[in-house]
Design a protein around this ligand. Structure first.
Ligand SMILES: Cc1ncc(COP(=O)(O)O)c(C=O)c1O
Length: 406
């Protein structure tokens, strides 16, 4: 017997969804419309090296294949495989931030580590210091758990380094953690040792956990950058990283968090493990590749860094030649944040959408990272081959000249 068709009002969704926003992917819907209308879209919005032809090192792929063939396809321990946690601990320890394996948790990318840490540390109504501009996952997760981001400025006139006076002025009794993204997405900045030390001192003094997002740590144009914790291994620092960027395997969703040895973080270790139990484990075959990645050949990183440096130079040169456009030189990763001198009344989103519709070039507007819409910033991902980038920047230059003269 056929069931009668039931209809009625739609199922309401939770209010937290309206507060959750992730501009990097949100604008793709418009790009798809542009593509359907027949314009070739150049995706400069997502930082995925694989999408631009960079390849996951073969010995890592072999390690995953072998693990699957050897039958490592069941659940693993919730904090991660012992050998992967050992490899992560040895990596940090070798770089001056002594970590014991029992304070490492393997995660589904840096992203899950960030979510676990914020969930473990911050109550609803709690506050977290987040850089502005920021990688948007921080504010999205804070919205989800009912907590608040307090944005500290980073200053483009000083290479996008944190405005420490502004940061100090935001510390209230409700603040629980300080997010430091260094090397930075979206700006490509790398902080000086003096700045890093001040950030550690501030957090230590105010009893804040430092959430150190170090997913680009191996992608400084002039070589790997030591973890923040190497400056003061006993400070309350939690470092996050993954195979996504420097090991060119973002689709594997495999990363880790390393919780520093400070006794102030002992309860956090317990809380993170409790939460990690709830999601059973992270990707098991890929954790075998963590061992291969961290203990094996890393020569791909040197050529990746050289390729990024070359693309950064092409990017800067191109922006230098565009009237109405300025850009701070990035020092790591694959992002740059040019600023367009917008006419009054226009927003960064207006510009990005107009650029997309006219040329097919897709960037992310700066307000998606927390900047003021009228300031005219946007983020470009410069992973495409240099000749493609030159073509893309030519399209941008022609469009921008017209846009600013309207
Ligand atoms: C600063 C920053 N943190 C975290 C992530 C997420 O990385 P994962 O793929 O390791 O989750 C990204 C990805 O772009 C990022 O730029």
């Amino acid at each position: 017997m056929a069931l009668a068709r039931i209809s009625g009002p739609s199922i309401p969704t939770a209010q937290r969804v309206s507060r959750f926003s992730y501009a990097i992917r949100n604008i793709v819907a418009e790009a798809q419309r542009v593509e359907a209308a027949g314009t070739r879209v150049r995706y400069l919005n997502i930082g995925d090296p694989v999408a631009f032809g960079f390849q996951t090192p073969p010995h890592m792929v072999a390690a995953v294949e072998r693990a699957m063939r050897d039958g490592h396809n069941g659940y693993g321990p919730s904090a991660g495989l012992a050998q992967a946690r050992d490899a992560v601990a040895a990596e940090y320890t070798g770089r001056g931030f002594a970590i014991s394996a029992d304070r490492v948790c393997m995660t589904a990318g840096t992203s899950e580590g960030i979510e676990l840490a914020l969930t473990a540390i911050v109550d609803a109504e709690g506050e977290v210091l987040v850089p502005m501009p920021t990688y948007p996952l921080y504010t999205a997760v804070l919205a989800k758990i009912g907590a608040r981001a307090r944005y500290y400025r980073t200053d483009p006139s000083r290479g996008w380094t944190p405005d420490l006076d502004h940061l100090r002025s935001l510390i209230t009794p409700a603040v629980r953690a300080l997010v430091v993204i260094d090397p930075n997405n979206p700006t490509g900045a790398v902080y000086s040792t003096a700045t890093r030390r001040t950030l550690i001192d501030l957090a230590d003094h105010h009893g804040l956990a430092i959430l150190a997002d170090e997913v680009y740590g191996d992608l400084g144009f002039n070589g790997p950058i030591d973890p923040l914790g190497s400056l003061q291994p006993d400070a309350p620092i939690i470092s996050f990283s993954s195979l996504s960027k420097a090991y060119i395997a973002p689709g594997w969703r495999t990363g880790w968090m390393a919780i520093g040895s400070s006794a102030r973080l002992d309860a956090v270790v317990g809380a993170v493990k409790k939460l990690a139990d709830g999601r059973l484990c992270s990707t098991v075959p890929m954790q075998h590749a963590v061992v291969a990645a961290l203990t094996g050949d890393r020569s791909h990183q040197a050529s990746f860094r050289a390729a990024l440096k070359e693309r950064a130079e092409v990017t800067l040169e191109s922006f230098k030649g565009m009237s109405g456009v300025t850009c701070v030189a990035p020092a790591a990763a694959f992002y740059a944040m040019p600023q367009i001198a917008l006419p009054p009344g226009r927003t960064d989103e207006d510009y990005v959408l107009a650029l997309l519709r006219a040329t097919g070039v897709l960037c992310v507007y700066g307000s998606g990272f927390g900047l003021a819409p009228a300031d005219g910033y946007l983020r470009v991902v410069f992973l495409a081959p240099p000749n493609d980038l030159k073509e893309i920047y030519k399209l941008m230059a022609d469009f921008t000249r017209e846009y600013l003269s309207e």
